[in-house]
Design a protein around this ligand. Structure first.
Ligand SMILES: Cc1ncc(COP(=O)(O)O)c(C=O)c1O
Length: 399
């Protein structure tokens, strides 16, 4: 299904609503890390106003002084209903969920449940850099199983890695990014079923970070890992935070498959003290009443990803880029520009445009940069103009 801007949801494109002047008044990381002359298209925050149901809910809580501790299962119920409607999945059981402070802390807690000190955790680079940082901080060892050249999971490489890391009957986990940050790859049901079969064969436990699940574009369909045959032993992390821009309102949900329920019950009660009650209210409102806004956003992102492809083809044809089917992130192969291993550095220095460096994304990250396209079309145009100017100033070859 292709969503036509405005027509399907009746909502305006949230990416076209805010001026740069207004955005620059924000005090979050995206806007305060660099000086004012830098155009920021790096960290995963979106240039959107909040969906009205979220504003109403949070404002109502402020007016009521409803800022105590969280209670109840409304967040999980809203997610279960969303999953039924958007993904035709009715397997999300509220009793097999737990509220966690955010997705990455939830990942850490899930890894603690299924691995021990020094155990390996398999990831698919290039991948979201905190997958390395949080796993290492937990005293687990990262094992890389790089994506294939087509940006999809390479099942042979994954199997080799599972075999290697489980030698000597070691416990191991696989931290799956679904959809995948930074490539926007949406894993298919067949791929995920094959992953589950490999996990079963080698006794590897799967923890799926599905934070980008609502952000699937065009005709692609998100498949929950826990819904595929063999996925019952999996653990998933979901959240409204990426799709509705709620990173500052902390909350997320850990979801256990039918055969992983016992694992989740071992999660200590105090983990649930981390999320914010107001965050949970906001996330619940997003999932329950924010779908028209989400549809308008997805329309906007769909047209932005096409715009970006056109702009790059026109102004920086040497950049290789495969538009992703999910997320609002674009993974740019800049190796032919002659800007070295870290093209984000000269883009910033010579073009005053901030992208995310590809280097911390692990193997396959050198020579790449990640661009956040959750901005207005005008900002995207200006960003590519600045990138092209940077290439000229840096004396690179833009072929
Ligand atoms: C794959 C992935 N996981 C987790 C996060 C962070 O989520 P949280 O702030 O809930 O920890 C992000 C943020 O961009 C992400 O892309």
């Amino acid at each position: 299904m292709t969503r036509t801007p405005h027509a399907t949801s009746g909502e305006p494109n949230p990416l076209r609503t805010l001026t740069l002047d207004r955005l620059r008044r924000r005090t979050s990381m995206k806007w305060r890390t660099h000086p004012e002359d830098v155009l920021p298209l790096w960290v995963a925050e979106m240039d959107v106003p909040l969906a009205e149901p979220i504003v109403r809910t949070v404002t109502g809580a402020m007016e009521l002084g409803d800022t105590g501790y969280p209670a109840g299962t409304a967040y999980a119920e809203a997610l279960a209903a969303f999953a039924r409607k958007r993904w035709d999945w009715d397997g999300l059981a509220v009793e097999r969920t737990a509220i966690v402070p955010d997705v990455m802390l939830g990942v850490v807690e899930m890894l603690k449940l299924v691995t021990g000190y020094g155990d390996p955790v398999v990831v698919n680079p290039p991948v979201y850099p905190p997958f390395y940082d949080f796993v290492r901080h937990l005293d687990r060892e990262v094992a890389e199983a790089p994506l294939g050249a087509d940006a999809r999971i390479d099942l042979d490489v994954l199997e080799d890695t599972f075999r290697r890391v489980t030698e000597g009957r070691r416990r191991a986990a696989y931290l799956l990014c679904s959809p995948h940050n930074p490539t926007g790859t949406v894993h298919t049901a067949d791929e995920l079923t094959a992953v589950a079969a490999l996990a079963e064969r080698y006794g590897v436990r799967v923890v799926a970070d599905e934070i980008h699940a609502p952000l699937v574009l065009g005709d692609s369909r998100f498949v929950p890992y826990l819904s595929v045959p063999g996925g019952e032993r999996g653990l998933s992390l979901m959240s409204a935070s990426k799709a509705w821009n709620l990173a500052g309102l902390k909350a997320a949900l850990a979801v256990a498959g039918a055969d992983a329920a016992d694992d989740l019950t071992r999660m200590p009660e105090e983990v649930g003290h981390g999320p914010s009650h107001v965050g949970i209210l906001a996330h619940t409102a997003a999932l329950r009443d924010g779908t028209a806004w989400l549809d308008a956003l997805l329309d906007g992102l769909d047209s932005n990803r096409r715009l970006l492809a056109d702009l790059l083809a026109e102004r920086l044809p040497a950049v290789r880029h495969r538009p992703g089917d999910a997320t609002y992130l674009a993974w740019l192969d800049c190796r032919a520009l002659g800007l070295g291993d870290d093209p984000a550095a000269p883009f910033l220095e010579h073009g005053r445009v901030a992208l995310t460096s590809g280097l911390p994304f692990g193997t396959g990250g050198a020579g790449h940069a990640r661009l956040n396209l959750a901005a207005s079309p005008e900002v995207l145009e200006e960003a590519v103009r600045r990138m092209a100017a940077a290439v000229e100033r840096a004396g690179g070859d833009r072929g």
